[in-house]
Design a protein around this ligand. Structure first.
Ligand code: 26V
Length: 754
């Protein structure tokens, strides 16, 4: 049966209607069901060893288009719907986006599942089925408010498996019910699985906001991703979530091992576990515990687990390095205590350096230390990040186990982030260099032959313009804003964090606002777009959102400035917004304080879609700069070595930078009568004081260089043919950042699944 026949059979069965007479919701649900059945019917790939990718987050995005593409049905579906006067994008409006992730780490996990499946590797994801996601962001009174973000409907991509495992907590036991999402591999005929565990009787959504009874573990364990942990109940809930995930996941691993006909003594031969940051680190003691229960000696259990587990570090920020009090583990999973003490004893026997112990300082468990001692691989996520881990953050461990450390530069799936989200550019690429780039993005280099082809460059500019128009339509429909498609689209979308320095971008907006007020007009209008969620308890991040929204309101109301400068913050930035914003971007803002952004992956998507990067030499920006050369990227700011030295010496003084003539008037604008007339004086003053006296992430150190390089980038944009060549170069060199390349390296160096 072809797709048309399957769809017809499905709509007749469900709604007693032919597809032509179904509304968008019916048609979407029928197509989802057809797609899901085809994906679920595919076998798992073969392989001697099976991978389990453990992650607290999987930021999957909508699945319909992506799954159709992987099943080889994307074109057929587009044509079929067009023949009925319908469109795939209209149907996808009906799909809710699963909000099971927060930012880069979760989206990376989703790209990895796509690539694992596409490479035909035998690997599954293991996570939790959060019902209300992280939160849905609402703007009210120029501030962020949080609401539950329910994504589950009666029909969803989840497949009940009928399988469940008992998770033993201190004092009670919970059943972990397993649901699967099938992940079809592009061009493989096989499919992997995302395994999501849930409680049996999940609580309904809170009536208002995201506050709920954090002590009600049996019903609320899977309510939210990263529930508020500003009190002890919240911190304990996070540990309950983590143990629920790893205990159920470890039991699944051992059950499947047995089903494959292998004994627990051979775990490491047949299983690889990738630990995505430290949230799933308790999988190590839990697997040891389960092997002991199955009769292995402590020695043998530790040996097996140490050759099974591998750890990826995604951040050097101290506050993100988890160190749980031992007393929490005693409450949540007391059965792990003797194992943790034994692992600590062994770690201490391996090194005199107290910094490599597992239990220390007020009885806390250092989760990363557990992974490094009792895993066989440690990797960073970009070249610079891995060097910083080896020589600074994790130096004592690198001295102990140099052979365990290696780099795996992140990547993104070009299927979602080019083929699906930018069909116009994809068609252009295929017409110019053939379809080879779809299976091997490195082939995009063949575009370099078009450097002198004026018609091709013109076409590239026209495609960008059409994508900007598409974004304008989406913003008009969803947020009621009207933008100038002739303006340059300057975009910064990512989690809100001081180290990512959205506040420095806001200082640029202030600079440009005051220039325009002073009669110095830009060569062309500028549209500065932001998208970001702030962690609900992160005050300074919320103040920065308030600053941006206040600037947006101030400028919108100013007829002198508005034609030349706009600020727009998209509400509830998520994967679907990213798919609209990224293809429409001219200038990609990647301006983190050097050394702080482990990699960044949005930057790779922007590059592949023909945006030019404005960035510091941080994370994967370093590798982008090497690939495209100085002509095709705008870099600025202090180097990572300078920044690391400033932190080591404790010698950064923001006040000294504040007093520079090019800086003071910009910072003081935060508490100017103009801005105070729209914004909240307390929030703006708190941000102003922080910038002036603290500025922990050194925005004032780099702001002048940032402004001058950004001005150069805007001037560069005016030479349209030269800019089109920069776009071409960026697209041509972006193939390196395919997650297929990254996953092939993980498999070659870590998992060895074949
Ligand atoms: C962040 C948060 C923030 C909300 C509250 C709870 C919580 C818990 C853990 C974390 C750590 C997040 C680590 C992370 O997302 N790292 C990002 O990983 C990306 C993929 O490797 C990388 O591209 C980004 O540079 C890095 O920031």
């Amino acid at each position: 049966m072809n797709l048309s026949q399957r769809l017809r059979a499905k709509t007749l069965e469900r709604y007693q209607l032919p597809p032509e007479q179904c509304d968008d919701a019916q048609l979407f649900h029928a197509l989802m069901a057809v797609t899901q059945q085809l994906a679920a019917a595919r076998p798992a790939p073969a392989g001697a060893r099976k991978l389990y990718y453990f992650s607290a987050e999987f930021l999957m995005g909508k699945l319909l288009s992506n799954n159709l593409l992987a099943l080889g049905l994307f074109e057929e579906a587009r044509e079929l719907l067009a023949g009925m006067g319908r469109s795939l994008s209209a149907l996808e409006e009906q799909e809710r986006e699963p909000s099971l992730g927060n930012g880069g780490l979760g989206r990376l996990a989703a790209c990895f599942l796509d690539s694992i499946a596409a490479l035909g590797l035998n690997g599954d994801g293991v996570g939790l089925n959060y019902h209300y996601g992280l939160f849905r962001q609402k703007f009210q009174d120029l501030k962020q408010h949080e609401e539950p973000d329910p994504w589950l409907e009666a029909e969803s991509w989840l497949i009940p498996t009928g399988r469940s495992f008992s998770v033993p907590f201190g004092g009670f036991t919970l059943q972990a019910v397993l649901y699967d999402i099938a992940i079809p591999g592009a061009h493989t005929g096989t499919a992997g699985r995302l395994h999501l565990f849930d409680v049996e009787r999940p609580a309904p959504a809170p009536a208002h906001g995201i506050a709920f009874d954090k002590g009600d573990i049996p019903h609320c364990l899977t309510s939210f991703l990263y529930p508020d942990d500003s009190d002890q109940a919240g911190q304990l809930l996070r540990v309950y979530q983590q143990y629920f995930l790893v205990s159920a996941g470890a039991q699944l691993i051992l059950a499947q091992l047995e089903e494959r006909g292998f004994s627990p003594e051979t775990l490491s031969q047949h299983v690889a576990v990738q630990i995505n940051d430290t949230h799933p680190s308790m999988v190590i003691p839990e697997l040891i515990r389960l092997l002991l229960e199955r009769g292995l000696s402590m020695e043998a259990a530790i040996e097996q687990v140490s050759h099974t587990c591998a750890y990826t570090n995604h951040t050097i920020l101290a506050e993100a390095l988890e160190k749980w009090p031992l007393s929490f583990i005693e409450t949540v999973a007391p059965q792990l205590l003797p194992i943790l003490r034994e692992l600590d004893r062994r770690a201490r026997a391996r090194s005199d350096d107290p910094r490599t112990a597992i239990l220390y300082g007020e009885g806390r468990v250092h989760m990363a230390d557990l992974d490094i001692h009792f895993g066989y691989s440690v990797n960073g996520v970009a070249a610079l990040h891995t060097e910083i881990l080896k020589h600074t953050e994790l130096k004592p461990f690198y001295d102990l186990y140099p052979e365990k450390f290696h780099n795996k530069t992140n990547g993104v799936t070009f299927r979602r982030w080019l083929e699906v989200c930018n069909p116009a550019l994809s068609d252009f690429l295929t017409a110019r260099i053939g379809p080879g780039w779809k299976t091997d993005p490195a082939a995009l280099e063949e575009l370099l032959a078009l450097e002198g082809d004026d018609a091709a460059l013109e076409e590239l500019l026209a495609i960008k313009r059409a994508n900007k128009e598409r974004l304008c339509r989406a913003l008009r429909a969803r947020q009621g804003v009207e933008l100038d498609v002739e303006s340059i689209f300057d975009i910064q979308v990512k989690r809100l964090h001081e180290y990512k320095r959205q506040q420095m971008n806001a200082l640029y907006v202030i600079y440009k606002y005051l220039e325009i007020k002073g009669g110095r007009l830009p060569a062309r209008p500028i549209t500065v777009l932001f998208g970001a969620k702030a962690a609900p308890a992160y005050e300074m991040a919320k103040h920065i959102i308030h600053l941006i929204l206040s600037l947006q309101a101030l400028i919108d109301a100013d007829p002198q400035v508005r034609p030349w400068l706009r600020v727009v913050m998209v509400e509830n930035y998520n994967v679907s917004w990213a798919e609209q914003l990224i293809p429409a971007c001219d200038l990609s803002e990647q301006i983190s304080l050097a050394s702080k952004e482990a990699s960044g992956t949005g930057k790779m998507k922007f590059m592949a879609n023909g945006a030019v990067t404005l960035g510091t030499l941080d994370g994967a920006n370093v590798e982008i700069a090497q690939l495209v050369g100085p002509e095709n990227i705008y870099t600025f700011g202090a180097s990572s070595q300078e920044v690391i030295r400033l932190y080591q010496e404790g010698s950064y003084r923001s006040l000294e930078h504040y007093h520079r003539p090019g800086v003071e008037y910009l910072v003081d604008f935060l508490v100017s009568p103009e801005l105070l007339s729209v914004g909240d004086p307390a929030a703006l003053a708190a941000l102003w004081r922080d910038m002036k006296h603290k500025d922990y992430f050194m925005a004032l150190l780099d702001v002048e260089d940032y402004i001058s390089v950004k001005e150069r980038a805007l001037a560069g944009y005016e030479d349209r043919p030269a800019w089109a060549r920069k776009m071409l170069f960026n697209i041509a060199k972006s193939g390196y950042f395919s997650s297929d390349r990254t996953i092939a390296e993980y498999n070659r160096d870590i998992w060895r699944l074949h």
